[in-house]
Design a protein around this ligand. Structure first.
Ligand code: BGC
Length: 393
């Protein structure tokens, strides 16, 4: 069960103003805002020509391109050299990428793993070479080589999706009405995927038990609902099969709980091609990918969850700098850095099989057609391009 220390977030909020007078730290960094490096005092930032190796999973899922470029931007603006690799969602490739980065003698590794279980050996090599490793966004399991984890509150992502369903369909006032739901979860190799699934399903379970929510396919476990590599076509095919077997007589589908946008895209396509019932189901997602935001504007997807990866990069930079200075960062980093975004320091939720990894968890936000302007445009993360939002990464 998810637990987090709220202390750091509270401290960050209440002490930020006081500390800013001391010239500390960095701000959130949508492209249009002042970059973190400019907001930091020169005295505390000495990269000494150090090099950061950034290992991303793939270019084929929109968000990792944004992550890669934000991380490069943040570190380069502080004078670091960067070397970034994308592994085409192939585990062997990511291992090779990491071997290359270690051979190139990077001083710090920032790694978003494709498969959280498969990097133990190569990260052991990083440890032997005294290269600190930050697990970025996805926890890396079964290794003692990682010292910290930077991510969003992944359980909360699922909770935002679940609560959105409860509120939108007024499930507490449903009486004897029933709603049909199908669930599409993420990649079983990605440690985040169960957090998203559990966050939503823990909230929805009482309604399933009461019979307010029915799952006609009967597929309600993470194992049954997972989508290898978060692949859009895989999610589409699975939903087409579910629709064919359970909804071809016109049975109404009310809810498609999808853990993220790449799977929501596939589910939306399946509904367009194979759904015989009335109306459109409520469809959830995560990431605010451009194609999904267009679907939200057009009424084909109902919500997404936005995670400001620009801020995730800022947190990673400040953490990485502290590690490279030989410090042992803890929740004080949040206060000292004076971030303008919420972040919790969590020392209980993310056990990687070897240790509980100290984690910096940023806060996700639910996005619908009604708050795209406020959450995405006014904040400077996206701009409108005609009728649709475009990311500014
Ligand atoms: C990330 C999500 C993303 C998914 C697929 C997860 O680890 O946290 O933001 O949708 O991977 O790329």
């Amino acid at each position: 069960m998810k637990r987090k220390s709220l202390l750091a977030g509270v401290l960050a909020g209440t002490l930020a103003a006081a500390l800013s007078a001391c010239g500390g730290g960095s701000a959130a960094a949508p492209s249009s805002a002042a970059p973190a490096s400019e907001a930091s005092s020169a005295a505390e930032t000495k990269s000494d020509g150090k090099k950061v190796g950034i290992s991303m999973p793939t270019k084929s899922l929109e968000r990792w391109n944004r992550d890669g470029s934000y991380l490069e931007k943040q570190f380069q603006e502080k004078g670091f050299k960067t070397e970034t690799t994308y592994a085409d969602n192939k585990v062997d490739q990511q291992v090779k990428d990491l071997e290359g980065l270690i051979a190139d003698e990077v001083d710090l590794l920032v790694v978003a793993a494709i498969d959280g279980e498969s990097l133990s050996q190569v990260l052991g090599d990083a440890k032997d070479a005294n290269i600190p490793v930050i697990a970025y966004d996805r926890l890396i399991r079964n290794t003692d080589a990682i010292s910290y984890y930077v991510s969003f509150d992944n359980y909360k992502v699922g909770q935002l999706q679940g609560q959105f369903i409860i509120d939108s369909l007024k499930l507490d006032e449903a009486g004897s009405s029933t709603f049909n739901m199908e669930v599409t979860a993420g990649d079983p190799a990605d440690n985040n995927a169960t957090f998203f699934f559990n966050g939503a399903m823990d909230l929805l379970k009482p309604y399933i038990e009461k019979g307010t929510i029915r799952i006609p396919s009967g597929q309600d476990t993470f194992e049954q609902c997972g989508t290898k590599q978060w692949d859009t076509a895989t999610a589409m095919t699975r939903m087409q099969n579910i629709l064919g077997s359970n909804y071809s007589d016109g049975t109404k589908l009310d809810i498609a709980l999808c853990s993220n946008d790449s799977t929501a895209l596939g589910v939306t396509q399946a509904i367009e091609s194979d759904y015989a019932g009335d109306g459109r189901p409520l469809i959830t997602g995560q990431d605010c990918d451009e194609a999904n935001l267009a679907n939200i504007v057009d009424g084909k997807q109902t919500m997404s969850v936005y995670k400001a990866v620009a801020n995730e990069a800022v947190a990673t930079l400040d953490l990485g700098e502290a590690i490279l200075k030989g410090e042992k960062p803890d929740e004080k980093l949040i206060v000292d850095s004076n971030w303008s975004f919420d972040c919790a320091y969590d020392t209980t939720s993310y056990d990687n099989g070897r240790a509980v990894i100290p984690s910096y968890l940023l806060t996700p936000v639910a996005v619908t057609k009604d708050n795209i302007q406020k959450e995405l445009i006014d904040t400077g993360y996206y701009r409108m391009d005609g009728a649709y939002p475009k990311a500014l990464a």
